[in-house]
Structure formats: structure tokens, C-alpha cells
Design a protein around this ligand. Structure first.
Ligand SMILES: [Zn+2]
Length: 151
């Protein structure tokens, strides 16, 4: 895999500056190569290889790049698609959505962290899963860190 190196955008697609401006060079040194490619270059981990695909542990899923809370385990479900699947984010403003035409004519909705702009995955709707929102937030394990809650 090779990616064109270009500076990571400092503003969200709505033109508002990202709350968290991460140093890409520093991040590259801190993260493993796959996490870096997915988070900062919109890559995708291979299906059924991710650490959290079938995890049922209770906790909070945070952005691996900036630690912002993104998803909660209560909204996680088994979709069988090979990636961690949620039916909603923790808060609607925890994420930003972007129209993704990279597989045109198929148009997908990309999901990014609203705090630092890093790539998380995609969201799909109307697939018929038995979840409250009829949405599947299909998120790369390598974009997430599970913070386990003490009970
Ligand atoms: Zn983030």
C-alpha cells in the first residue's frame, strides 16, 4: 500500500477549525503503521482482523488519535460484517460525516472524529439490522481504544 503524503486538514469540511490539532509526525511515531494509515489516510483494516470486532466488554470507545469519546459498548452489536458495529455514536456531535465518492458510483458516508478529524469508518443505513436506529456504524478497530469502565 502506498499513500500520497499530504498535510492533514486542519479544518472540518464545514469550514470550522478542528478542536484538536494533532502533530502528524508525532502521531506517526506513536501509532503502529496500520492505525496511522487508517486514522490519517482513510485506510481500512482487513475484515475480521480487528481487535474489537466481536468485543462485548462494557466500556467507552475513544479515538486512538486524540482520546475523545466516540462510542459506547451499549450501542455495539454483532453485524457479522467483520468490523466493530455500533447503532449510534455516544453523542451526535462526537463525529462528523462526509460524503465519500471513492468507490463511485457507490456513494458512502465517511465517519471522522469531530475533535481531531481522524478517519474512523463509514455509516450505513436501512440494511435491516434489528437495532433501534437501523444504522450500522462500521468502524475500524485500529481507530479505537476501548476504555473499560470499573463497575
Ligand atoms: Zn480524534
Amino acid at each position: 500500500m502506498s499513500f500520497t503524503e499530504k498535510p492533514f486538514p486542519k479544518v472540518a469540511p464545514n469550514g470550522i477549525a478542528l478542536k484538536v490539532q494533532l502533530d502528524d509526525e508525532k502521531l506517526k511515531n506513536e501509532l503502529d503503521p496500520l492505525s496511522y494509515e487508517v486514522l490519517r489516510h482513510g485506510g481500512t483494516e482487513r475484515a475480521f482482523t480487528g481487535e474489537y470486532t466481536d468485543t462485548e466488554t462494557v466500556g467507552v470507545y475513544k479515538c486512538k488519535a486524540c482520546s475523545a469519546e466516540l462510542f459506547r459498548s451499549e450501542a455495539k452489536f454483532h453485524s457479522g460484517c467483520g468490523w466493530p458495529s455500533f447503532y449510534q455514536p455516544s453523542e451526535s456531535d462526537a463525529v462528523i460525516l462526509i460524503e465519500d465518492r471513492s468507490l463511485f458510483p457507490r456513494i458512502r458516508t465517511e465517519v471522522r472524529c469531530a475533535s481531531c478529524g481522524s478517519h474512523l469508518g463509514h455509516v450505513f443505513e436501512g440494511e435491516g439490522y434489528d437495532v433501534p436506529t437501523d444504522q450500522r456504524w462500521c468502524i475500524n478497530s485500529v481507530s479505537l481504544i476501548l476504555d473499560i469502565e470499573e463497575s
